[in-house]
Design a protein around this ligand. Structure first.
Ligand SMILES: [Zn+2]
Length: 96
């Protein structure tokens, strides 16, 4: 791959992040006993909902698409959704 050719999968990642910003459920603000919502740490896509206190198996850290792109070396392992949000002045959670 030449240095100037940007992988289109990075544009798709950008689109996923734009789409997911402001959509996350804030687990800390749910009533006790509510299910917990988990999101991809790379793009913010919802990956799992687990009952509170669920420890049997950890929720996946990445959605299937990001997992593949990271494995293929398209997305850097340390390219996080949190950093992207900070850089773009966006919030994970819906405005309240
Ligand atoms: Zn993802």
């Amino acid at each position: 791959m030449s240095a100037q050719a940007k992988d289109p999968r990075l544009d798709l990642l950008e689109a996923r992040r734009e789409h997911n910003a402001g959509t996350q459920v804030e687990n800390d603000r749910l009533p006790a006993g509510s299910s917990m919502y988990y999101y991809c740490t790379t793009c913010g896509a919802h990956v799992a909902t687990k009952p509170e206190g669920w420890w049997q198996d950890p929720p996946p850290k990445h959605c299937a698409t990001c997992k593949d792109d990271i494995q293929d070396g398209v997305i850097a392992r340390d390219d996080s959704y949190d950093d992207w949000l900070k850089e773009h002045g966006r919030s994970k959670y819906a405005e309240r």
